[in-house]
Design a protein around this ligand. Structure first.
Ligand code: NAD
Ligand code: UGA
Length: 441
């Protein structure tokens, strides 16, 4: 089938590459000419495990192309995925300007039937808005052409994007149009693996499903973060509580890890956007407000512990910081808890030497100009002469470090473990002062 992605970011690039892998002919369009140039030079603009191989294989086979040419891209695909950003606007609601522009660019150029797929995370009612934008452009041109609009939200996780796309738990399709549904069924048939994974529903339910999924996951995390605070206060260990409740199949083990707060380009923005949607609809959404508020607070929990240990005034203190990306296996720093921790430590007068296995280049761009923040070439190098180590992201290479080296490199063996990487009894046996999250025993 002929497919176009409008937007070649995380979602557009992964969607395009994985659909090409299944034999489709895919053109990926982006307005960012640097991104397209990099891709056309054979490089990948983001760090995403396994993506480079899929992209290179399919570019070589001629099934995957990248362009900034809107006419050619709209002309190419029968199926056009809108995968542009929906960043938070000033009031927290999703900024729809990129989706609107993408829809207008389709209506302004299409010359035959198109199936337009809303892949971006968009508020309820967007399919109608996309349809209106396309119809408006067709009317302006004085042409009548058939098209369909469906909702097909994406559930991939950064760091596991290719795996998630290739092996989806479910494929949500919101559609009120039989022809469109049949095309979506055909497109996704190679991803079904033993059972039909397509869940076809009405458009608005599909749009809400995406926000509900992210909001539910964010709720679990904030719940566990609050429970961790309580565990500290009452002398319990959140890690035992996590195992204890996760073994109930109704709860499950995933997404119960307390830590330095959830970040990334999705949970924070989607929780806020859903709150705004609920407000506009006259619904209270009290649970999600608390989830959001708890998370904002949680990003400062590591700093609270540093202050408890070293005092309010951190002038003259120097910290090693491990992990800048919002989660492991990505170089994405959007809404990363590390940014809040760094800003607050610097504001209190401390200096920092940071290290991240892959996000250093991104960090140097995103955090440029922060006085007192430096970088080290390795995890161990970051430790030299620091008063303590602060761990914000749970990269694998931090899990079993050379503890003796940590002890010798730090001025005092103090570790603020924002992702509960280390077991308190072992730290005690090694003579390391360990500050975990929710480890109150
Ligand atoms: P991104 O910022 O990485 O990529 C968006 C791309 O769209 C950018 O490269 C931008 O230049 C391009 N663009 C903007 N307007 C355009 C236009 N009119 N024509 C062509 N290209 C245009 O964003 P992302 O992380 O891929 O997210 C895209 C959407 O998918 C968002 O709604 C997001 O919430 C959702 N989503 C993201 C993830 C994720 O893990 N990143 C997962 C699921 C859903
Ligand atoms: C999340 C969802 O998991 C995806 O299903 C969804 O498609 C995506 O948002 C989206 O809509 O864009 P992502 O943000 O890439 O994916 O990463 P997650 O693995 O969900 O982690 C998000 C944040 O939650 C990270 O900061 C992570 O450290 C934190 N987290 C996650 C916890 O604090 N505890 C956990 O148990 C799990």
């Amino acid at each position: 089938m002929k497919v176009t992605t409008i937007g070649t970011g995380y979602v557009g690039l992964v969607t395009g590459a994985c659909l090409a892998e299944m034999g489709n002919h895919v053109v990926c369009l982006d307005t960012n000419s640097d991104k397209i140039r990099i891709l056309n030079e054979g490089e990948i603009p983001i760090h995403e495990p396994g993506l480079a191989e899929v992209v290179r294989r399919n570019v070589a086979s001629g099934r995957l192309q990248f362009t900034t040419n809107v006419d050619a891209a709209v002309d190419h695909g029968t199926i056009l995925f809108i995968a542009v950003g929906t960043p938070p606007g000033e009031d927290g609601s999703a900024d729809m300007q990129y989706v609107q522009a993408a829809a207008r660019s389709i209506g302004a150029r299409m010359t035959d039937y198109k199936l337009v797929v809303d892949k971006s995370t968009v508020p309820v009612g967007t399919a109608d808005a996309v349809r209106n934008a396309i119809e408006g452009e067709l009317a302006r041109r004085g042409v009548a052409l058939e098209f369909s609009v469906v909702s097909n939200p994406e559930f991939l996780k950064e760091g596991a994007a290719v795996e998630d796309f290739m092996k989806p738990d479910r494929i949500i399709v919101g559609s009120d149009d039989e022809r469109a549904t049949l095309l979506m069924r055909a497109l996704y048939s190679p991803f079904n693996r033993n059972r039909d994974r397509l869940v076809v529903m009405d458009l608005r339910s599909a749009e809400l499903t995406k926000y509900a999924a992210n909001a539910m996951l964010a709720t679990r995390i904030s719940f566990m973060n609050e429970m961790a605070l309580l565990a500290e206060q009452v002398g319990a260990d959140i890690e035992w509580v996590r195992r204890g409740i996760g073994s109930d199949p109704r709860i499950g083990h995933d997404f119960l890890y307390s830590g330095a707060g959830y970040g990334g380009s999705c949970f924070p923005k989607d929780v806020k956007a859903l709150i705004r949607t609920a407000e506009a609809a006259g619904s209270g959404m009290r649970v999600l407000r608390a989830v959001d508020e708890a998370n904002e607070r949680q990003k400062l929990v590591l700093v609270d512990k540093v202050v408890q240990r070293f005092g309010d005034d951190l002038r003259g203190r120097h910290f090693a910081l491990w992990g800048l990306a919002f989660k492991p296996n990505t170089d994405d720093l959007r809404e990363a808890p590390s940014r809040v921790v760094i800003a607050e430590l610097l504001r209190r007068g401390a200096t920092i030497c940071a290290y991240d296995p892959v996000a250093m280049a991104e960090a140097q761009k995103a955090l440029a100009g922060l006085e007192g923040l430096g970088y080290a070439a390795s995890a161990n190098a970051a430790l030299e002469g620091a008063d303590a180590l602060v761990i914000v992201t749970e990269w694998k290479e931090f899990r079993t470090p050379d503890f003796e080296f940590i002890k010798s490199a730090l001025k005092q063996p103090v570790v603020f473990d924002g992702r509960n990487l280390y077991e308190p009894p072992l730290m005690q046996a090694l003579g390391i002062e360990h500050w975990g999250i929710g480890r109150g025993t």
